[in-house]
Design a protein around this ligand. Structure first.
Ligand code: ATP
Length: 710
């Protein structure tokens, strides 16, 4: 059981600090038993994985508010400010609370996945990695000790050759072997510890980074979103590669590379001049690496771009299978696919060649360094400058420099090449503009009161030659029921998208209740403005998930009550699973009409003040259409606004006002009777009224055209 009082306090705190909470933020708390009293807060943040709350030790200063308060007698609350010397004003309550020293105050840093602001993609990864500095340093230390222990094996060999074999000193052999066995055991433990630490951290870094990019992708302004969804998905997935490379290369820089220098120093101590061999071979390896990485980068960039496009095409062809099959487009798609594959191979070939050559080069370098150590070492040993044991120890240690360090370099270079290309793509996504209202600092009014005001609004889709919408002035008052009609492509859906606040005008403004919609916090706007898009899609999940998505707690009886009014209950009753009916990605499993009905039901459950419906009943039969529209009518309040795009002329009498659109402009706007009378041919509008010719491209023009032909 969870403590609902603390949950309410968190919600008030979020509101007071201007941070958005997800609708289901407290879902995980339902399954755990929370402690009573002041410990509940620590338990709550622990379960949700938030940063721990900070306790304010002394009497809070005015600049520290708002604060979460625990009072031993009254429980949890949120304090807005001091209200006189000894009283405190509470958030969400008109009463003040007297201060007493037994009260405990906390500040809490609520998670904001978009808090990174303007940083680059690589900054997001470094931030996540740096936040886990301690485990990384631990892993680095484990590497250091593990490397030190490898020194033990080389010194062991040295002692065997120099002391044990010449003197047949078996006691020394026993002691040394026992010592080195212990060292090896320690080495095993440290390496395993390092692997475990890195894996755990890698998972957490993955979770943090992927949350950031997922939230970022969600927050991109819809009008700025690149059209290729599959391509963008592939670009976002590039983050996994980047994370992997960044964590392995940070360890490389942190532990392996500095250790190579230490090993050279040890060789110098044991083998004197022999250290010259790694002193020469290591910089050569590093220079080779630098040179190769430049060659490889050119290819990876292009291969990555084509690879992402390939992913986009795969998604598109799977999504549009029906259309492709119905139009025998398989060969066409296959041709495009093969061209892309050839393009990728073309760009990847130099990368593969370079990485293969790099592998051979580094292996030759390793062998040469080995021959250098052994050959020169043999000369030094033969001339008595070093012992045979020292030669053996130097060869083992130089193997440690050339082995793991040099051997992993070609791989790391290629991986970095791809990771840098992924970072470029991610940077491109980071540069896309976000919904103004998705971050902190957006307007968070308690209520939005009033109607719409559009002033000199112009809207053009990304890459479009000309604007799809140009509206000089347009106002809708509370309580109005407006139908938007017009020919195809006349801008009706675009108008609704702007009114919903999901799209922002390129110029001008869309105000709702005198607030610029693009400035209003997203959760507040969504609660106030309900929108059913023309091609409303469902998500993978149950029917219930789809009906209550984003609505918080809605019970099954509430869902069924609404479903009865729209006749969705027929669908629920007809399926064995009822509300648990599984819906596949994109709404597969339901018919087009049923999908629309689910969208309407969702809106009825959320009961917003503003209803924006884009041809919601286009695929409904007449009976269901009437039931659904009646259901909407019955819940509309006097000051609710209803704006519906429709091509169905018989529905127009349900509205008080008609807006007619053509070529992205409003060409007629007035009370239903007036507009109908003006637009209908004489025979329809009634005797004695001189009808104007219908506006081209509107519902009525097609209607009259039809009449003319019969
Ligand atoms: N995503 C988009 N990218 C580019 N142009 C678009 C996009 N969506 C719509 N358009 C263009 O904007 C114009 C207005 O389109 P809109 O969807 O608003 O028309 P509509 O009146 O709702 O049409 P319909 O009755 O066919 O639904 C059209 O010329 C269309 O080609």
């Amino acid at each position: 059981m969870s403590d609902t009082f603390i949950e309410r306090a968190i919600e008030r705190y979020a509101k007071a600090t201007g941070k958005p909470l997800s609708p289901h933020w407290n879902e995980e708390l339902r399954e755990v038993s929370m402690p009573e009293g002041v410990d509940a807060l620590a338990a709550l943040v622990g379960v949700l994985g938030w940063a721990p709350a900070k306790r304010i030790e002394d009497r809070p200063r005015p600049d520290q508010f708002p604060l979460i308060l625990h009072d031993p007698d009254t429980g949890w609350a949120v304090v807005q400010q001091w209200d006189g010397e000894e009283m405190m004003a509470l958030v969400g309550s008109r009463t003040s609370l007297p201060y007493n020293p037994d009260q405990i105050f906390f500040t809490l840093s609520l998670p904001d996945p978009l808090a990174a602001g303007d940083e680059s993609a690589v900054g997001v990864f470094w931030r996540a990695i740096k936040r886990r500095k301690q485990p990384l340093i631990m892993a680095g230390l484990a590497t250091v000790f593990a490397n030190l222990l490898t020194l033990a094996t080389s010194l062991y060999s040295m002692q065997l050759y120099d002391r044990v074999i010449p003197l047949a000193s078996f006691d020394t052999l026993f002691v040394l072997t026992a010592g080195v066995a212990f060292a090896l055991l320690l080495d095993l433990c440290l390496r395993s510890l390092r692997a475990l630490l890195i894996e755990r951290e890698a998972q957490e870094i993955d979770a943090e980074v992927s949350e950031f990019f997922f939230a970022r992708a969600q927050a991109i302004r819809l009008d700025a979103r690149p059209p290729g969804i599959g391509t963008m998905a592939a670009q976002l997935r590039g983050q996994e590669q980047v994370r992997q490379v960044m964590s392995s290369s940070s360890l490389f820089l942190l532990a392996d590379l500095p250790f190579a220098l230490f090993f050279i120093a040890v060789i110098a101590m044991i083998g004197g001049k022999l250290a010259l061999v790694p002193i020469i071979s290591l910089p050569i390896a590093l220079l080779f690496a630098l040179f190769l990485s430049r060659i490889i980068r050119k290819g990876t960039d292009r291969a990555q771009v084509s690879g992402n496009r390939k992913n986009g095409m795969l998604v598109e062809s799977l999504d549009a299978t029906e259309t492709v099959k119905a139009n025998r487009g398989g060969w066409f798609m296959m041709g495009r696919w093969n061209r892309l594959v050839r393009e990728i191979n073309h760009y990847e070939l130099p990368v593969k060649k370079a990485s293969a050559v790099a592998g051979s080069l580094f292996s030759t370098l390793q062998q040469t360094a080995y021959v250098g150590i052994m050959g020169w070492g043999a000369y030094l040993a033969a001339t008595g400058q070093i012992t045979t044991g020292a030669l053996l120890a130097c060869s083992i240690i130089s193997g440690r420099i050339n082995g793991p360090l040099v051997a992993q370099m070609p791989n790391l270079i290629v991986q970095w090449g791809y990771a840098k290309s992924s970072l470029n793509a991610l940077d491109g996504i980071m540069r896309l503009p976000l919904d103004t209202a998705s971050g902190a600092g957006a307007l968070r009014p308690d209520h939005i009161e009033g109607g719409y005001d559009i002033n000199s609004a112009v809207f053009a889709y990304v890459g479009a030659q000309r604007p799809s919408l140009e509206i000089d002035r347009f106002a809708i008052r509370p309580g109005e029921r407006v139908a938007v009609i017009g020919g195809i492509g006349s801008g009706k859906s675009t108008l609704l998208k702007l009114l919903s606040g999901l799209y922002s005008p390129t110029q001008g403004s869309v105000l709702l209740g005198r607030l610029d919609l693009s400035q209003v916090a997203e959760d507040i706007a969504r609660r106030h403005v309900g929108y059913v898009a023309q091609d409303a899609r469902l998500i993978n999940g149950t029917l219930r998930d789809n009906l209550v998505m984003g609505l918080g707690d809605v019970t099954d009886p509430e869902i069924m009550e609404v479903a009865r009014t729209t006749k969705l209950d027929n669908l629920i009753a007809a399926r064995e699973d009822g509300l648990a009916l599984q819906i596949q990605e994109g709404g597969i499993g339901l018919s087009g009409g049923q999908r629309s009905l689910v969208g309407i039901n969702r809106l009825l459950l959320s009961s917003p003040k503003v209803w924006l419906l884009d041809e919601p009943t286009a695929s409904l039969d007449q009976l269901t259409e009437t039931a659904a529209l009646d259901a909407i009518d019955s819940v509309l309040e006097d000051d609710s606004i209803l704006i519906m795009v429709t091509h169905k002329i018989q529905l127009l009498t349900r509205f008080s006002r008609i807006v007619v659109m053509a070529n992205g402009k409003i060409i007629r706007d007035g009370p239903t009777q007036d507009v109908l009378r003006d637009m209908m041919p004489k025979s329809i509008s009634g005797k004695g009224v001189k009808a104007r010719p219908p506006v081209e491209g509107t519902v009525t023009s097609s209607l009259s055209a039809k009449k003319g032909t019969t």
